[in-house]
Design a protein around this ligand. Structure first.
Ligand SMILES: C[S@@+](CC[C@H](N)C(=O)[O-])C[C@H]1O[C@@H](n2cnc3c(N)ncnc32)[C@H](O)[C@@H]1O
Length: 222
C-alpha cells in the first residue's frame, strides 16, 4: 500500500515538473538569459550543476561543441577564474562575423571555427590537449541524432575516466518538449549507450528536477 502511494506521489511530481519544463521552454526565456551581460542558451539550474561538477572535478580542459554567442564558454571561463585552473576549447560552424552578438574574449577561451565532426577540427582539439590533462566534453551543436551520435563517437575518446560527457538538449523530441522534433540528442545517446559500456547516466546530476539535459550527464566510469 505504502509502495503504491509513493508511486502515485512520484508520478504526480513528474507531471508537475514536466509541466513546468514545458511552460519554461515554450516561454523562450532560454533565449533571453544572460550571464554578466552575455547571452547564454542554458537553464540556470543546469548552470548550477555545471558549477558543482567543475568545482568537484577541477577539469583542466572543457571541450564544447556549439559556441553560439560564447555565453556558456564565458561562464565556464569565469568559473575557472574562481577555481584557479581550467580552460575552454569551444567549436562552432559559424564564424564570429556570422553571429549577431560579439563573442567574449577571455584568456581561458580558445575559439575554433568549423564543424565539430570535421576530422581536421577534431585533430586541432587533440593537439591542444596534453595526454595527462583531465578533460570534460559538452555536446551542444547540431541537435540531430545523426550529428550528435557522430560527435559522441568522436569525442568520447577525449573524456577522462571520472569525468563527464554532457549531452545538451536531450529534452527535445518529447522529453518532454517539442514532441514532433524528430530523433535528437536523447535518441543518439540511447544508441551510444548500447554500444559503449564506459559511460553511465549520472542521474544524481538531475537533483534540481528540471534539466534541459535529462539523462544527458554521462559519467565515464571505465
Ligand atoms: C545551442 S547553440 C550553442 C549554445 C551555447 N553553447 C550556449 O549555451 O550559449 C548551437 C550552436 O551550434 C552551432 N552548430 C551547428 N552545427 C554545428 C556543427 N556541425 N559543428 C559545430 N557547431 C555547429 C550553431 O552554429 C550554434 O551556434
Amino acid at each position: 500500500m505504502k509502495n503504491l502511494y509513493e508511486k502515485i506521489i512520484q508520478s504526480l511530481r513528474r507531471k508537475v515538473v514536466n509541466e513546468f519544463h514545458r511552460i519554461y521552454y515554450y516561454s523562450n526565456v532560454w533565449d533571453r538569459t544572460y550571464f554578466l551581460g552575455k547571452r547564454i542558451l542554458k537553464c540556470p539550474l543546469d548552470l548550477w550543476t555545471y558549477q558543482e561538477i567543475f568545482f568537484e572535478l577541477k577539469p583542466d580542459v572543457v571541450v564544447e561543441c556549439g559556441t553560439r554567442f560564447g555565453g556558456s564558454a564565458y561562464y565556464m571561463a569565469r568559473l575557472f577564474d574562481w577555481i584557479g585552473q581550467g580552460r575552454v576549447i569551444t567549436i562552432d560552424i559559424e564564424s564570429h562575423e556570422q553571429v549577431e552578438e560579439k563573442r567574449p574574449l577571455h584568456e581561458r577561451i580558445t575559439y575554433l571555427i568549423g564543424s565539430s565532426t570535421d576530422r581536421a577540427i577534431v585533430e586541432q582539439v587533440r593537439a591542444l590537449i596534453q595526454p595527462h590533462e583531465k578533460v570534460l566534453v559538452i555536446l551542444d551543436s547540431d541537435h540531430s541524432a545523426r550529428h550528435v551520435l557522430e560527435e559522441l563517437r568522436l569525442y568520447h575518446l577525449l573524456v577522462s575516466t571520472g569525468s563527464y560527457l554532457i549531452v545538451e538538449d536531450t529534452n527535445i523530441n518529447g522529453h518532454p518538449v517539442l514532441p514532433r522534433w524528430g530523433a535528437g540528442p536523447m535518441e543518439a545517446l540511447d544508441t551510444f549507450l548500447t554500444e559503449n559500456q564506459q559511460f553511465v547516466v549520472d542521474s544524481k546530476r538531475e537533483k534540481f528536477m528540471m534539466t534541459q539535459n535529462p539523462r544527458g550527464y554521462l559519467l565515464k566510469v571505465k
